[in-house]
Design a protein around this ligand. Sequence first.
Ligand code: URP
Ligand code: ZN
Ligand code: ZN
Length: 460
Amino acid sequence: MKTLIRNGHIVTAVDSYNADILIDGSTVVLIGKDLEKIAGALDKTINATDKLVIPGGIDPHTHMDLPFGGTSSSDDFETGTRAAAFGGTTTIIDFAVQYHGQSLNQALDVWFAKAEGKAAVDYGFHMIVTDLPDQRLPELKGLIDQGVSSFKLFMAYPGVFLVDHGTIFKAMTSAGESGGLICMHAENGIVIDVLVKRALAEGRTAPKYHALTRPTRAEAEGVHRAIAIAEMANSPVYIVHLSCYDALKEVQAARDLGLPAYAETCPQYLFLDYSYYERDGFEGAKYVMTPPLRDKSNQEQLWNGLRGNDLQVISTDHCPFCFKEQKELGRNDFSKIPNGGPGVEHRMSLIYEGGVVQKRISVNRFVELTSTAAAKIFGLFPRKGTIAVSSDADSVIFRPNRDQTISAQPDHIRVDYSAYEGRKVRGVVDTVLSRGAVIVEDGVFKGKAGDGQFLRRGTV
Ligand code: URP
Ligand code: ZN
Ligand code: ZN
């Protein structure tokens, strides 16, 4: 299959220029002017005049089919990756979970089975580690050798995911020695647990107490501790879903010292805020996620962090639960509301609007934050994350001047509400190619469940 993308405005993290892209099979084989003259017989030509051609988005933080909070996230690998494709994301890195008593490979096999035959875009895995006695430490290197080169550890959710400091230190040391990366859910989960129990004992059960029992200091303290332990372990650390200025200042301070501390934020922390929890009735439950939405004043600080590279990546932490029957599990107790929200479909357009249209970041930085940086940090570059000869032909043809309004009833994700309902954004995904194959065109899904491949990632 030979495809020519004609006359688009190619944008990578470093360049912006008009050119054609010739794709043969799954990779880009030539970039230049007037390639039609030398391309030979073509199977397909896509006219990208007046449109941007950007690398397929990489969302390095999703939870498809995750058992959590007494239920499971409502998107599986089929519906979630199809929604990702519609939104211009052609690679996800999802989180496999090791439960107590399981080996890391047993856990990985469960997630391979969840994705196999279902994923419509390429996918990798991080491994959530919950049980790491010393004899299991070599398994970290075993996973890195299989292309699962990053691990998530939790400082929150005692009794479920939380691991102690010794485990964190040992995991960081072992992973760091083998070129792996620890991703940290950084919060003081022990203090939060006390605050939650106190609130419930005082009859404070509404969704807003989820936020009020998880103060920004609890996140900042966790970030500080995670970075300090990483420094002692001589390893890099990647802070996931950073939500607030207090926590950002900790990352900034570490990076100013030259420490290899990385962090991502997510659209929900850039566009939504604490006031959503004050909505009538049980509506606030739709926004119960961890960390919680913060006071609006944090948003501009996060954009500053993105502009100044103290935050390197924008992921979604896509972990949707339906309002009916799932979020409702916590109608009388906010601590029983499953934590998480939808996001995988609208990340690219939201960030284009909030970043480029609102003149906070350049279009190159938009590409870097939504694709290139994740590819580099998580061992996928240059196969993914750029448009270059011999890279995978994961390309998004993007209309920078077209508007859309995000609907209340999501078209593609399997959830009964949209967190961004009614929001107008400029910047619309037009056509999406995954490894050379058109998977979205004219608003129609042309891909296939099962066409997504597992990505063996390299080391950091
Ligand atoms: O609320 C969230 N973030 N749910 C997903 C699990 C996690 O901590 O990332
Ligand atoms: Zn987390
Ligand atoms: Zn998450």
